[in-house]
Design a binder for this molecule. Sequence first.
Ligand code: FAD
Length: 308
Amino acid sequence: MLRQPLLMLARSDKVKKAVTAMPVSSGIVHRYVPGESTESAVDATRELIESGLHVTLDFLGEDTFDREQADATVAAYLDLLRSLTENGLSRNAEVSVKLSAVGQALPDQGEKVALDNARSICQAARNAGTTVTLDMEDHTTTDSTLGILRELRKDFPETGAVLQAYLHRTEADCRDLAYEGSRVRLCKGAYNEPESVAFQDKHEVDKAYVRALKVLMAGQGYPMIASHDPRMIDIAGALATRNGRAQGSYEYQMLYGIRPDEQRRLAEAGEKMRVYLPYGQEWYGYLMRRLAERPSNLTFFLHSLVSK
Ligand code: FAD
């Protein structure tokens, strides 16, 4: 019941200003976002890698309507990739990029700016011996993001895509992207989408996730199973066996701070397990989407605001 209002608040500048003006450096923000600086992100990455996990890092920010801010985001990724390399972490840590943070939504030539910026990040990632995955945002950006992905993959075929099971189109997109060398992260989807494009009911979304997963696991690509849902994880394991996939020919992914014991359990069982680690000051939209997935965290969040 609270999911929709929380997702609407995720897009509200007024509420964002009010919430982020308060010093929320502990409590629930910290559970999902380990820090604001490159240094804190690298420290958290090191800790995860030392416990047998892989990492994908997201410099927080989205919906940029300002060219300078888009350039600053690119600079932050280049700085991060340099630091991961210097610390010997880049073999086990890649980066996740939201195209709206690097210019996709700019009124003038946004797609071209985003493509050029994404190219710079892909080149830096390749120099560091690692990869980039393009996060997927709301459905109005799906075609544009997949178009930019196609362009990027001409020079950087290792670039990962994200598909969201709640969208009606996704099973078909999975078929298009299940080719050799294609890295595809499958998630349920985190935005407030209309009935015309997305399943609304949780069970429908779960069924759609399984259908999409079947396509990816039977295909020639590299599936990245991004879910905390124990049923999806079990089904992925069964599909790996059914399709004769060895461990390491697919991977599991979960968000930082969610089900850490399960993350370690999968890694200890020999599975490749990657943690999505967001960092930076722009945590508001990300946090609101996490609260929408788990409204029971809302009381904890409100408490952390007033108790500072
Ligand atoms: P759910 O059915 O939502 O949850 C299953 C169980 O997981 C819950 O019962 C609970 O135990 C636990 N859980 C789930 N969420 C939380 C939470 N916030 N706090 C505490 N426990 C929780 N979405 C996009 O739209 N675009 C992206 O690019 C994208 N990238 C992602 C990358 C990764 C690595 C992951 C793991 C998710 C990503 N998502 C993205 C978010 C995703 O779409 C879902 O919103 C989110 O993962 C919750 O779905 P679920 O599969 O875990 O299942």
